[in-house]
Design a protein around this ligand. Structure first.
Ligand SMILES: Cc1cc2nc3c(=O)[nH]c(=O)nc-3n(C[C@H](O)[C@H](O)[C@H](O)COP(=O)(O)O)c2cc1C
Ligand code: SF4
Ligand code: SF4
Length: 303
């Protein structure tokens, strides 16, 4: 297997063989550990993994990357449920933040944006992670970077991860798979090495200003009669759009079309109208069918 990642320079491409990879949960033993201890990474005492992940792929990606810091103090913050609006997290210079959001229409989902305001840093190094369903991530990475910077973080690396499309599941089905997760862990190791070599340097990430315009979701899941009223969907919904007392009722104004309720329903009682998914698939089929690779963006290394 060949793994491709590329730097911010369009023309700088590296190929890595499987030897360079580590499985999720393992950490490659770094030669740098034997060298003189220098650079910021040696000061990193804890790693916070934060994610907005209605359907679970962003969580998987962030945790696979975080596995490279195995052995350090680790903390996870799932910012998805509506109950997380009151959480406040403040990180220091010696902490590292790995934060992931899915791309919705090429942008950071508004709800994730709101939750991210609850995270503050103090010149804290951060890794910005975006998952996308094999179409494009457009301006999501750069928007996430801008957001993090305004909250006191220094984005030292960016990663774009290909993940199963949560509306059109026929695209990037099953991704991130085992190979992807191993590659993401290897990306984490490369970031760690770069931090040790050059300290925290800002990275240039792909994307435009102004960002691509937001387009409303409008796809509100329907509920079948076999719903048992267990409430798992209401508990998981990021916006509180599903009635806790009557989960068959969904507030279409609050719904952000994240598909999280479909993903967690144990009865497979929630679904999208077939015709709507078919139309979207026909519109985006050509671009979504071309396989995309995960990408790692690091600061340029001065010679
Ligand atoms: C409302 C919505 C908009 C999306 N927009 C895009 C997009 O612009 N480009 C893309 O490639 N994937 C898009 N996707 C797919 C998601 O980015 C992808 O499935 C992601 O892995 C979902 O993350 P999660 O599993 O953590 O919820 C969209 C999904 C939803 C629900
Ligand atoms: S009701 Fe809408 S916002 Fe809530 S989980 Fe379902 S798709 Fe997401
Ligand atoms: S998770 Fe499924 S079964 Fe449970 S309340 Fe929601 S729709 Fe009904």
């Amino acid at each position: 297997m060949k793994v491709l990642y590329h730097n911010t320079k369009e023309d700088t491409r590296f190929l890595w063989s499987q030897k360079g990879l580590c499985k999720a949960g393992e950490r490659r033993i770094l030669e740098t550990g034997k060298r003189e201890k220098r650079g910021i990474d040696m000061k990193i005492q804890s790693v916070t993994m934060a994610y907005f992940s209605p359907c679970g792929t962003t969580k998987q990606a962030v945790c696979s990357i975080g596995a490279a810091w195995h052995g350090r103090k680790q903390m996870q913050w799932d910012m998805t449920p509506v109950t997380e609006t009151k959480t406040r997290i403040h990180l220091q210079e010696q902490d590292l933040l790995i934060v992931g959001v899915p791309s919705f229409g090429g942008r950071v989902p508004m709800t994730a944006w709101e939750r991210l305001k609850q995270l503050t840093g103090h010149q804290t190094p951060a890794v910005a992670v975006v998952t996308y369903g094999n179409r494009a991530f457009d301006d999501t990475l750069v928007e996430l970077q801008d957001m993090l910077q305004s909250q006191g973080f220094m984005v030292a690396a960016g990663i774009a991860v290909v993940a199963e499309h949560s509306i059109m599941h026929q695209f990037a089905t099953g991704r991130p798979n085992e190979e992807d997760c191993a590659q993401l862990c290897a990306f984490g190791t490369l970031i760690l090495e770069r931090l040790e070599q050059i300290g925290v340097q800002p990275v240039t990430l792909p994307g435009n200003h102004p960002y691509v315009e937001r387009h409303g979701g409008g796809l509100v899941p329907l509920v079948e009669q076999r719903c048992t009223g267990c409430g798992a969907c209401a508990e998981h919904c990021p916006t509180g759009a599903i009635s806790v007392e009557q989960p068959m009722q969904t507030d279409s104004i609050r719904c952000i079309s994240c598909m999280g309720c479909i993903a967690v329903c144990p009865e497979q009682a929630r679904y999208l109208p077939e015709q709507a998914v078919k139309m979207l698939s026909e519109k985006l089929g050509a671009i979504c069918s071309v396989r995309k690779e995960n990408q790692l963006f690091l600061p340029e290394q001065s010679s």
